[in-house]
Write a protein that binds this ligand. Sequence first.
Ligand code: HEC
Length: 160
Amino acid sequence: MKQLLKTGLMAAVVVTSLTTGSVLAQEAAMNEKHAKAATKYRHALYTLVASNMGPLGGMAKGAIPFNQEVIETNAMRLEQLADMMADYVKVDTRKFDVDTEAKDEIWENWSDFEGKISALKSAAANLQTVAAAGDESKFAQAIGKVGGTCKSCHDDYKAD
Ligand code: HEC
């Protein structure tokens, strides 16, 4: 009877965690080696994000001329990188001594963090549409929207 009760409780726990999908989306790093590798890949992802945003920021500021093709390509890549972001950040490295600017709050508020990823994805998709339409007067604003989603996430989840 005691065993049955235990099994029943376990089943209840499993069902509860299955229904709160976002909790399952993150996982604790298994050891320091795992945490360090995850941090390295996380940095690599954000480095790619920054390299695609750099020219767009330069265009929005007027430092370099608008280039419709570059905007479309980089906006598409930013959307793809947003698609990878949850996977690259889900490994919770809080318990290990890693060199990171990722704040602990990421893994405490995972579904909010995922919402910030979605915001980047939508803004990047919108930028592709705006670039494809070819009206240069709308480019800077659409790039600014993408930049706003970087800042919004960094404000809450990146230490500087
Ligand atoms: C959903 C949250 C989120 C979004 C959106 C986001 N970032 Fe970040 N970014 C982070 C976090 C967290 C880190 C810290 C990673 C670490 O140090 O482990 C980071 C790190 C960085 C870094 C430092 C990379 C490094 O190697 O330390 C740069 C540069 C950067 N982001 C640029 C951008 C740009 C540009 C955008 C928008 C196009 C953007 N990020 C969008 C969360 C985000």
